[in-house]
Ligand binder design. Structure first.
Ligand SMILES: Cc1cc2nc3c(=O)[nH]c(=O)nc-3n(C[C@H](O)[C@H](O)[C@H](O)COP(=O)(O)OP(=O)(O)OC[C@H]3O[C@@H](n4cnc5c(N)ncnc54)[C@H](O)[C@@H]3O)c2cc1C
Length: 526
C-alpha cells in the first residue's frame, strides 16, 4: 500500500544527484539489476522478505537436503549469452556452474526418450532419428532464434513506451536486420511477430507437435497453437545453447549475485518485507518494511509481479497497474520435493527429464523432474539425492480451497501421486525410494515468494505485445518475469540488465561514477 506524504523534510528534490536505489525482491531480475547498478557506483539496497535470495529460482535447505524450489534447469551461460552478458556487466568473474549433457531428456507417451543434446552434431542426429522429415522446422527455429537472441541481447526497450525508446528500438532493429542469417528475411520475421509457432509445424507430425508443445509449455508457458512464433523459436533454442548445473543448487546463481552486490558496497537485507512506499509529488521517497525499517529511495525497482506491484503502490499505482484483472491469467505450479535413495538412479543418468503422459499438458499429465548431481555433496546426505518434481496447474482450481480443509489435502495427495506416477516412468522405484516427501502448492509459492495468487512463470508468451514496459513512473521500475523477455533465469537476468541499463540512461550525468555507467551501457548494447 502506498502512503502519500504531504511534505517530506528529507525528500530528495527532483534533478539532484541520485543517491539511493532500492530493489524490492531478491529474485533473479532484481538481483541482476542491483548488481549492475552497484557496479556503476550507485548506492543499492535490496530488500527481500524471505530468508534467502532467489525467489522462484531459490534453493531451500531441509533435513540435510538442498531442494531447488522452482527453477532447476539453468541455461544461457554460453559465451555471449544472457548470463555471460550479466556477469560482464556486474563484474562477476565466474558463475559456480558445470556444463551438463544432455540438456534434458523428453519422454513422450510413445517411443524412446528424446535427448536434447547441446552438442550440435548429436542434436541434429537425434532430431533426424525422431522426426526426420520435419528438419525444415528446426532450420526455421534455429535461424529465427539467432536473430531474436541477437535482438534480445541488445536490450531493446520493448514494448517501447516513449519516442526516444521507439527510436532506440528502430536503431537496434535495423542493426539486427542487417546481419540476418541467409535464408531468413525481414518479411518472414514480421509475419512471425504476429503469428503462432504452429504455422511452422507440419500437420503430419503429431509427435513433433507434442514434443514442441511440451518444450514450449516450460519455456513460453503456452503451447505451439498460441505461442508467438518469434518467442517460441528463441525459447526452443535455450537447451541447444547449453545447460549448466549450479553447484549447491540453482540458488547459487542468486547467491553469487547477492555476494557481488555486497562486494560492490550494496546491501541485500533478508527478512525485510516491504509493506509501503512513501510518495511525494509522484516520486518515491522512502520504502517501509514490516519490521519498521525505512529506506530512503531515489530510484525504486519492484522485482514483483504486476499484481504485487499494484498492491504495494495502492492509489499511486499507474493506470496500467490499476486496470489489471482481479486474478492473473496464467499458471501456478504444483511441486514435490523428494529426498530419495541414490541407488535408484543409474550411474550417468541424465539429470533433467520432461515426462508427457497424456494431453492436455499440465495438471500432472506432464511433469518435469530434476535430480541433484551425484558429484554435489552439498545437495543431499550421503547416499541420497534431492529431487524436484513439478507440473503446471490452473490457479482457479486451487482458489477458494481451504488450506487446512480436507478438499485441499485430498487435492494435494492426488497431485503428489500424479507426479510420482510420471516420475516412475523415468525412474522406476522412485516412489518407494523417497524417504522425505514435501508437496508444494500454489499456496506454498504465495508463502515463500509472496507472488499474489501463486501466479508463476509470468505472462504466457502468446503475443509480443503482452509484456509490461518496465518503466512504471519516472523513478519506479518493474523487473522480473512480467517484463520482456519474460520468464526463466536467463530471461529475468536479461530483463534486470535491461532495467539497469535504462535506469543508468535515465540518470544521465547524475551517476556517481558516470564513466562506469557509460561504459556499462555501451557494453550492454554492443
Ligand atoms: C515450478 C517452477 C519451475 C521453473 N523452472 C525453471 C527452470 O527450470 N529454468 C528456468 O530458467 N526458469 C524456471 N522457472 C522460472 C523462473 O524461476 C522464474 O522466471 C524466475 O526465477 C523469476 O524471477 P523474478 O526475478 O521474476 O523473481 P521471483 O522469483 O518472483 O522473486 C521475487 C522475490 O521477491 C520477494 N518479495 C516479494 N514481495 C516482497 C515484498 N513485499 N518485500 C520484499 N520482498 C518481496 C520474494 O520473496 C522473492 O524472493 C520456473 C518457475 C517455477 C515456479
Amino acid at each position: 500500500m502506498a502512503v502519500r506524504l504531504p511534505a517530506m523534510e528529507d525528500a530528495t528534490p527532483a534533478g539532484t544527484r541520485v543517491k539511493h536505489v532500492v530493489v524490492v525482491g531478491a529474485g533473479i531480475g532484481g538481483l541482476s539489476a542491483a548488481a549492475v547498478l552497484a557496479r556503476a557506483g550507485l548506492d543499492v539496497t535490496v530488500l527481500e522478505a524471505h530468508i534467502y535470495a532467489g525467489g522462484c529460482a531459490g534453493t531451500f535447505f531441509h533435513q540435510g537436503y538442498r531442494f531447488d524450489a522452482g527453477a532447476t534447469l539453468a541455461a544461457g551461460f554460453y559465451p555471449g549469452g544472457p548470463m555471460d552478458a550479466l556477469a560482464r556487466a556486474a563484474g562477476i568473474p565466474a558463475w559456480p556452474v558445470r556444463p551438463e549433457e544432455p540438456a534434458l531428456t523428453v519422454h513422450l507417451p510413445q517411443g524412446d526418450p528424446i535427448q536434447r543434446w547441446s552438442d550440435p552434431t548429436r542434436w541434429i542426429a537425434e532430431r533426424a532419428r525422431v522426426n526426420g522429415p520435419a528438419e525444415s522446422f528446426w532450420e526455421w527455429q534455429e535461424q529465427t532464434a539467432a536473430a531474436v537472441w541477437a535482438l534480445a541481447s541488445a536490450l531493446p526497450p520493448w514494448p517501447p513506451a516513449s519516442l526516444p525508446e521507439l527510436t532506440d528500438l528502430a536503431r537496434i532493429g535495423v542493426s539486427v536486420l542487417r546481419h540476418l542469417p541467409s535464408g531468413l528475411h525481414a518479411g518472414s520475421l514480421a509475419v512471425d511477430a504476429l503469428t503462432s509457432a504452429a504455422r511452422h509445424l507440419p500437420a503430419a507430425h503429431p509427435q513433433l507437435r507434442l514434443f514442441v508443445d511440451g518444450q514450449l509449455l516450460i519455456s513460453a508457458q503456452t503451447t505451439s497453437a498460441h505461442a508467438n512464433a518469434l518467442y517460441a523459436a528463441a525459447a526452443l533454442d535455450l537447451p541447444r545453447r547449453g545447460v549448466v548445473q549450479a553447484e549447491g543448487g540453482m540458488g547459487a546463481i542468486a547467491h553469487t549475485l547477492a555476494e557481488s552486490i555486497k562486494r560492490l558496497g550494496g546491501r541485500v537485507l533478508y527478512r525485510h518485507e516491504v509493506t509501503a512506499i512513501r510518495m511525494h509529488a509522484g516520486a518515491p521517497v522512502s520504502v517501509e518494511t514490516r519490521r519498521g525499517g525505512s529506506f530512503p529511495v531515489d530510484v525504486l525497482i519492484l522485482n514483483l509481479t504486476p499484481w504485487n506491484a499494484a498492491a504495494l503502490l495502492g492509489s499511486d499505482a499507474p493506470y496500467r497497474l490499476r486496470r489489471l484483472p482481479e486474478h492473473p491469467a496464467g499458471w501456478g505450479a504444483f511441486t514435490v520435493y523428494a529426498g530419495i535413495d541414490a541407488s535408484v538412479v543409474p550411474d550417468g543418468f541424465p539429470l533433467h527429464h520432461q515426462v508427457i503422459l497424456r494431453q492436455p499438458l499440465g495438471e500432472g499429465n506432464s511433469a518435469f523432474l530434476s535430480i541433484s548431481p551425484a558429484w554435489d555433496a552439498a545437495r543431499a546426505p550421503a547416499g541420497r539425492r534431492a529431487v524436484t518434481l513439478s507440473t503446471h496447474t490452473r490457479l482457479d482450481s486451487w482458489r477458494g480451497l481451504e488450506k487446512d480443509g480436507p478438499a485441499y489435502s485430498e487435492r494435494e495427495a492426488v497431485y503428489t501421486e500424479r507426479l510420482f506416477g510420471a516420475a516412475e516412468r523415468v525412474l522406476p522405484g522412485i516412489r518407494s525410494a523417497a524417504g522425505l516427501v514435501l508437496p508444494g502448492t500454489p499456496d506454498t509459492f504465495v508463502r515463500f515468494t509472496r507472488r499474489i495468487g501463486g501466479w508463476v512463470g509470468g505472462f504466457p508468451q502468446t503475443s509480443l505485445f503482452r509484456s509490461f514496459a518496465p518503466r512504471l513512473a519516472p523513478a519506479i521500475w518493474l523487473a522480473g518475469d512480467s517484463i520482456f523477455p519474460g520468464q526463466s533465469v536467463a530471461a529475468t537476468a536479461l530483463g534486470g540488465l535491461r532495467v539497469a541499463h535504462a535506469v543508468l540512461r535515465s540518470l544521465g550525468t547524475c551517476l556517481e561514477h558516470p564513466a562506469a555507467g557509460q561504459q556499462l551501457a555501451g557494453d550492454a548494447i554492443r
